[in-house]
Design a protein around this ligand. Structure first.
Ligand code: ATP
Length: 458
């Protein structure tokens, strides 16, 4: 589904997010020195830290806070039969249309997103409408070859989703994990899709990372768990600071359902380009396990000791994108305000997501302040991820920390040298208090553990 029309004006444009990401080293267009390669991005220092925190919070919710899910890390290259069994070889296609005038290609079902080629700039000179060919199906899987000989026997695919790696390991996991349904297998990893319509920064790229979990349940319990996981996944986003108003669940209509799904709902976020999918939650039934059992000849079922019978569990799948989640967190956190006549730009990120939690800054680079600040920095970083920043005006250093979303700033000044206290500055309220340096570690660790809500909610 393309982004729905939304009457609310976006608080931030995608261009502003892109500019901040570039300016502060979060994300760069890939292969930039060679002119770039479409829709592929490289993550710089703060981008890596933020991304790791998104993944860390997912692992925390899926593994750290429960006992019924285990982790997996399956290979990107899998046996080609996997994609036959899963239906991807046959059915993982998008309808592609070409414009005979401008030569551009579009997804027939997303012409409005692509703005088609109807823009005059795409048809230089006289304004013309795109002259579109009929749609033909285009498989989104990237094909590659394993081994030196390029024949059909060695054709392999870069996985277009991580889920199949979980299904093909169902038997392995069941043996060692000694779980019984309901139980889940989770993984985070790269997936690849040769998308026709890309764009919107890291929203839709050809190489991206997914956070997927397959939850295996007794068939009769599938509807209950489907609804449970919709609630849980919505809560994950709101607990991490996404505002309710910008988030909604949208159930797929019968015409939208994938070949494997009996029910799917998308968690949608109000991105600057409109409501768009952030995560999909699907009731996949027993489709995948049955298909792999059929194609591999292996039994993929659970033997219920109490009832003395075997059954194929049904599967509920929450499937999220790391990159899309990261974009949503940044969009929701982006803010500007006027402070003493100057514009301040900041990311009001949940402290647990913030790439850096505390910045230790000597007020000036003299009078023993840098040395004392470095000592304090070493103590603080032993407790929470921190950064030391010296040089340039204090105002400039704070602006930088605000833009990367650092929730707490610690300034070492003249008074520190006399009484051992520092200034602790809050990113959101700009309130400053004096705190004994030796209390900082405990204070910040406690603050980090507190529940948090977006200050934009007032
Ligand atoms: P869309 O309709 O936007 O193409 P999808 O329904 O095909 O997405 P799924 O197959 O359900 O996506 O994948 C689960 C999640 O993986 C998506 O909700 C999204 O967060 C992420 N994802 C899928 N494709 C991409 C992509 N090309 N770039 C970035 N993230 C993606």
């Amino acid at each position: 589904m393309g982004p729905a029309q939304e009457t609310r004006a976006p608080e931030v444009t995608l261009d502003e997010i892109v500019a901040l990401c570039k300016r502060r080293g979060f994300i760069f267009p890939s292969s930039e020195i060679y002119g770039g390669i479409g829709s592929t991005y490289d993550y710089g220092h703060y981008g890596v830290l933020l991304r790791n925190n998104v993944k860390g919070e997912w692992w925390r919710a899926i593994i750290g806070e429960r006992d019924d899910i285990v982790a997996l890390d399956s290979a990107i290259l899998q046996h080609p039969r996997v994609w036959e069994a899963s239906g991807h070889l046959e059915g993982f296609t998008d309808p592609l249309v070409d414009c005979r005038t401008c030569g551009l290609r579009f997804r027939a079902d997303k012409l409005e997103d692509a703005q088609c080629g109807r823009k005059p700039s795409m048809h230089p000179g006289e304004f013309k409408e795109c002259d579109l060919t009929d749609a033909r199906e285009f498989n989104l899987m990237f094909e590659t070859h394993v081994g030196p000989v390029k024949d059909t026997a060695s054709t392999a695919y870069l996985r277009p989703e991580t889920a199949q790696g979980i299904f093909i390991n169902f038997k392995n996991v069941l043996q060692f994990a000694r779980k019984k349904p309901p139980f889940g297998i989770a993984q985070i990893g790269k997936s690849f899709r040769n998308e026709i319509t890309t764009g919107n920064f890291i929203f839709r790229t050809r190489e991206f990372e997914q956070m997927e979990m397959e939850y295996f349940v007794p068939p009769a319990e599938a509807p209950k768990w489907y609804s449970y996981w919709m609630d849980e996944r919505m809560r994950w986003y709101t607990d991490l600071g996404i505002r309710d108003d910008n988030l909604k669940l949208r159930a797929h209509g019968a015409d939208e359902l994938s070949h494997y799904s009996s029910a799917t709902s998308d968690v949608e976020y109000l991105f600057p380009m409109g409501w768009s999918e952030l995560e999909g939650i699907a009731n996949r039934g027993d489709f995948d396990l049955k298909q792999h059992a059929k194609f591999s000849g292996e039994k993929l079922e659970y033997f219920d000791q109490e009832k003395g019978e075997a059954y194929v569990p049904h599967v509920i799948e929450p499937a999220a994108g790391v990159d899309r989640a990261m974009l949503a967190f940044m969009v929701d956190a982006y803010d500007t305000e006027e402070v003493e006549g100057r514009k301040r730009t900041l990311l009001r990120l949940h402290p647990r997501l913030a790439p850096v939690k505390a910045a230790v800054l000597p007020l000036v680079s003299k009078d023993g302040m840098p040395e004392r600040a470095r000592e304090i920095y070493q103590e603080v970083r032993a407790r929470v991820p921190a950064e030391y920043d010296e040089g340039g005006s204090i105002g400039k250093r704070y602006r930088r920390q605000d833009e990367i979303g650092t929730p707490w700033g610690i300034t070492v000044d003249g008074q520190t040298m006399e009484d051992g206290t520092v200034t602790l500055r809050d990113r959101d309220t700009l309130a400053q208090e004096r705190v004994p340096a030796e209390e900082l570690g405990d204070r910040l660790a406690a603050k980090l553990a507190e529940p948090w809500r977006s200050p934009k909610l007032g």
